[in-house]
Design a protein around this ligand. Structure first.
Ligand SMILES: NC(=O)C1=CN([C@@H]2O[C@H](COP(=O)(O)OP(=O)(O)OC[C@H]3O[C@@H](n4cnc5c(N)ncnc54)[C@H](O)[C@@H]3O)[C@@H](O)[C@H]2O)C=CC1
Ligand SMILES: O=C(O)C1=N[C@H](C(=O)O)C[C@H](O)C1
Length: 250
């Protein structure tokens, strides 16, 4: 069977360089291009790339995806910074190329995806919930894409369950002390040398708390999810948001 032709865009970055090694090591995949900032996207067409792994920056991702979709190249995207407007824009380009698949995963680590799922499941049973994400200090965005998505899922579960707004008697606040507000869920971002990517979802009810925590200790934690995404996206036309859709979670 012929190997799937894969390119990594953002190949010199922290996760991109790990993805290059992971694709090279996979028997069923062939790394046909590894592009960094300033490299020509036309290389993707010239090398017959079937799937791009996009791991760059929020400023670059839209242009890269526009090129991929216009050329019918599937994409597996880890880059953060997704807003409703950006998703709508991508949806428009995908509508003009209905065979093309794009997977956007806020987090490729299986443990992190499960953290989101567990938090979403628990949310309806607790009066309070806050999210603490902790990352290396070279990370450009806050809150993390994972924390942002987790907060959205938890908030939606609370709404579905008919829960009221969370209790919070804060009257005076030093700006930022209560974190960012994502759909009514507070998200706190820690940036600390020595860390990589970590998240705690702390839920509180009368007389009890539940903490769901995940730790990515090395960029290798994201590789099984990226490879799974590459293999699955070729038969998943349109936009898939979240790796959980490829994990057969109930
Ligand atoms: N979904 C997930 O599981 C994960 C997502 N990420 C996200 O991936 C992104 C990259 O993270 P890091 O590797 O830590 O950042 P990084 O700064 O180490 O790497 C980004 C790389 O992209 C390159 N780049 C920027 N624009 C480019 C362009 N137009 N074409 C080609 N290359 C370009 C930069 O030169 C740099 O080498 C971030 O948004 C981060 O949040 C990171 C880890 C896991
Ligand atoms: O920048 C990172 O490192 C990571 N980014 C993603 C995010 O913003 O959620 C995924 C993971 O947390 C690592």
């Amino acid at each position: 069977m012929s190997k799937l032709r894969v390119a990594v865009v953002g190949a010199k970055g922290r996760i991109g360089s790990e993805a290059v090694r992971a694709v090279e090591a996979a028997d069923d995949l062939e790394l046909v291009a590894a592009l960094g900032r300033g490299d020509q996207l036309e290389t993707l067409v010239e090398t017959g790339t079937q799937v791009v792994v996009e791991l760059t920056t929020p400023a670059s991702v839209m242009g890269n995806l526009d090129f991929c979709v216009r050329h019918g190249i599937h994409a597996v995207v880890g880059t953060t910074g997704w807003t409703d407007e950006r998703l709508a824009q991508l949806g428009t380009s995908l509508a003009a190329s209905p065979e093309t698949g794009v997977l956007i995963a806020p987090n490729f680590s299986i443990g992190a995806v499960l953290t989101m799922k567990f938090a979403e499941t628990a949310a309806r049973w607790f009066e309070s919930v806050e999210i603490i994400e902790l990352h290396h200090p070279d990370k450009a965005d806050a809150p993390s894409g994972t924390a942002h998505r987790t907060a959205q899922l938890v908030a939606a579960a609370r709404t579905d369950a008919g829960l009221p707004a969370q209790p919070d008697a804060t009257v005076t606040e030093l700006a930022g002390a209560r974190g960012a507000d994502v759909d009514g869920v507070r998200v706190h971002s820690v940036r600390l040398r020595g860390l990589l990517a970590h998240q705690e979802v702390v839920l509180g009810g009368e007389g009890e708390t539940l903490t769901v925590r995940h730790d990515s200790l090395h960029h290798s934690s994201f590789m099984p999810g990226i490879l799974l995404g590459v293999r699955r996206v070729v038969s998943a036309p349109g936009l898939t948001f979240g790796l959980e859709h490829f994990l057969d979670l109930s």
